[in-house]
Design a protein around this ligand. Sequence first.
Ligand code: 3HC
Length: 295
Amino acid sequence: MEVEDINTIAVLGAGSMGHGIAEVAAIAGYDVNMRDINEEFVQSGYDDIEWSLDKLAEKDQLSRDEADAALERVTPLVDMEEAVSDAEFVIEAVPEQMEIKEDVYEELESAAPDHAIFATNTSSLSITELASFTERPERFCGMHFFNPPIRMQLVEVISGAETDEKTLEVTEELAEAFDKTPVRVHKDSPGFIVNRILVPLMNEACWLVTEDEATIAEVDSTTKYGMGLPMGSFELGDQVGNDVSYHVLDYMHDVLGEAYEPAPLLEEKVENEEFGRKSGKGFYDYEDGDGVQIP
Ligand code: 3HC
């Protein structure tokens, strides 16, 4: 299959990454079937796309007509068969847990056309292991977007052990059609490149606060103003989602060892369901509080 043969893209998962990827694909002119496991989740993702497109139109980053046309190209769905049966390319962006992904791939494999390429937006899990849940490991790769997908330029394209060259090329060309910059990652290692560097940085910030060596405000002002990051470390954690960072670290801890042990502060945030912006509260309070306050 060539990239020109792709008309319909199915995005599985309508959470912060799934809806953002669906939005990017729709803006690029693709018909997008965005699927989640219930009406509430899929509607919430659809509302987020509408909000974002309105923002882009308000700021003249898209015309009103382009924004409306992009929204029209997105179909929110709950039924897996309906979502994937006419898709040439499927991007999976469901929660970062191997067992959840395994169930999704089982259902997906029997509903998707044989020629469709499967790409996973996993943040850290083994592409080779995820591919083994399907019958098409040669047409399976990582396509890792960054949060928020509408604003972040990079897409890591990761090869599994059996991914064929054509699949990687088509995925890179698709990322370019989305107006993104693909970077090929040849080794399927935990966290790939960005998360292997970035998530331990955010974890180290949590250890500093756990051990009472710094405050959140101190860490965020130093990481933002001294290290040239666009956001403070905790601000970024809230943007990415504390549950996502935790699952990435937990997996790296299992596979790579002690150095990646999640800090108690991060664990506590996940236990309290303080996931960050998406839940209204994380290291900062976005609902009743003043949001991010970096001196
Ligand atoms: N769509 C449209 N507009 C949006 C939006 C969206 N999805 N999200 C935020 N906005 C709007 C805001 O509402 C705000 O609008 P306002 O000005 O009217 O209030 C505006 O965009 C925010 O713009 P700012 O001027 O505050 O910020 P910038 O535009 O300068 O930059 C940013 C925003 C691009 C997010 C920048 O802060 C950044 O690059 N942050 C770092 C993000 C990052 O590193 N992401 C990668 C994390 S790792 C990851 O995702 C991997 C995963 O696997 C864990």
